[in-house]
Design a protein around this ligand. Structure first.
Ligand SMILES: [Zn+2]
Length: 353
């Protein structure tokens, strides 16, 4: 995993608590009280060795307008350009608070809760922030699962749009679940991914994307696994007729049901299944860091990936128009022109009167 910080000086350097990332709310609050502080941190995460041109690799200087200019090709860019913070109208202090809540709460946070916590007036603003943070939970350079890996299929989805009540199988999406099985007990990291349909070809592609060759694949008796694993993996299929699937693949079933509980719990029915892929990414991110001692480190990893990640424009986040229960009330023109901020007017502090 070549994360920015890890590659400083070409050696693996583990980020240090209190120095590289805040460990508690107090430290967080004192480090990031202004937008300039936040920008400074992002600059350090993005260019730990100083500005480096993304086009030609050249060094450069900081212009008066806050943008960097490459001394070789004269490309001009900003710290947030090309990241999820690109062209945001939301102050970085608000973003940082959202990222802190996102990474320090064990189960994450719903758009509704974020809206309340930060005093964000529009539900959509909170929703977009969360959705963009979610896109930063995938690390493209992440290591493949290895060793003994349980693989199973499940289905997730909500109601079919236009149909009241009952859940229709047709509206559900097949999801492949993979989790490392440790000896003698316990589980390691997991991966989840949506496929068009479950067959040997989609299973094989999922395995290639997520599991290191040579690993042992533990599956139920589905025949597709024979072709899906052929030549690359060792297959241990256990078609245990009559036995509970949870006994054969306890890890995969645990992960699958944890995800469902998380969707229904944290997001309390307001989770929209249209964005299932992003929720899967966030869940996998959380699951794989469940034993992380310092939540601040999770915060750092999230921001690291956020500045390495593309801007994710709003229109790309919308898979289909959201069938939302909570309709965000359209902001009045006065509110719309008002910039979101965490600052509150001093006169609203009653103890000053
Ligand atoms: Zn350049």
């Amino acid at each position: 995993m070549s994360l920015h910080l890890s590659s400083v000086l070409g050696v693996l350097v583990a980020p240090r608590a209190h120095l590289d990332y805040p460990t508690d709310l107090g430290e967080f609050a004192s480090w990031f009280s202004t937008d300039a502080d936040c920008l400074d941190y992002l600059r350090w995460l993005r260019w730990p060795k100083g500005f480096e041109c993304e086009s030609c690799g050249g060094a450069g200087w900081l212009n008066g307008d806050g943008r960097y200019e490459c001394s070789e090709c004269h490309l001009r860019t900003s710290v947030t350009a090309g990241t999820i913070f690109d062209r945001t109208r939301t102050p970085l202090t608000v973003w940082f608070h959202a990222a802190w809540l996102f990474s320090t709460s064990k189960d994450g946070i719903s758009a509704m809760a974020l809206q309340r916590q930060l005093g964000v007036r529009s539900h959509q603003t909170a929703w977009v922030m969360l959705t963009k943070l979610r896109t930063a939970t995938v690390n493209s350079g992440r290591e493949l699962l290895r060793g003994d890996v349980e693989v199973d299929e499940t289905f997730y989805g909500g109601r079919t749009p236009g149909q009241r009540g009952g859940r229709q199988h047709g509206a559900k999406l097949p999801v492949i679940v993979a989790v490392e099985r440790h000896q003698p007990r316990g589980f390691g990291r997991c991966r989840m991914g949506i496929v068009d349909r479950v067959n040997h070809a989609t299973l094989r592609q999922f395995l290639i994307d997520n599991v290191a060759p040579g690993s042992t694949i533990h599956s139920d008796g589905l025949n597709s696994y024979i072709r899906a694993t052929g030549g690359l993996y060792v297959l241990n299929a256990q078609p245990a007729p009559g036995a509970l699937a949870t006994v054969v693949l306890p890890g995969a079933h645990r992960v699958a049901s944890l995800f469902k509980r998380w969707m229904l719990g944290t997001h309390q029915g307001s989770a929209d299944w249209d964005h299932l892929a992003l929720y899967l990414d966030e869940f996998v991110f959380r699951f794989n860091r469940r034993t992380s001692r310092y939540r601040g480190l999770v915060f750092l990893r999230l921001l690291e990936q956020a500045v390495a990640h593309g801007p994710a424009p709003y229109h790309e986040l919308i898979v289909t128009p959201r069938p939302k229960r909570i309709q965000p009330t359209p902001p009045s023109p006065a509110l719309r022109s008002q910039t979101l901020t965490l600052e509150r007017p001093r006169e609203r502090r009653p103890w000053r009167n």
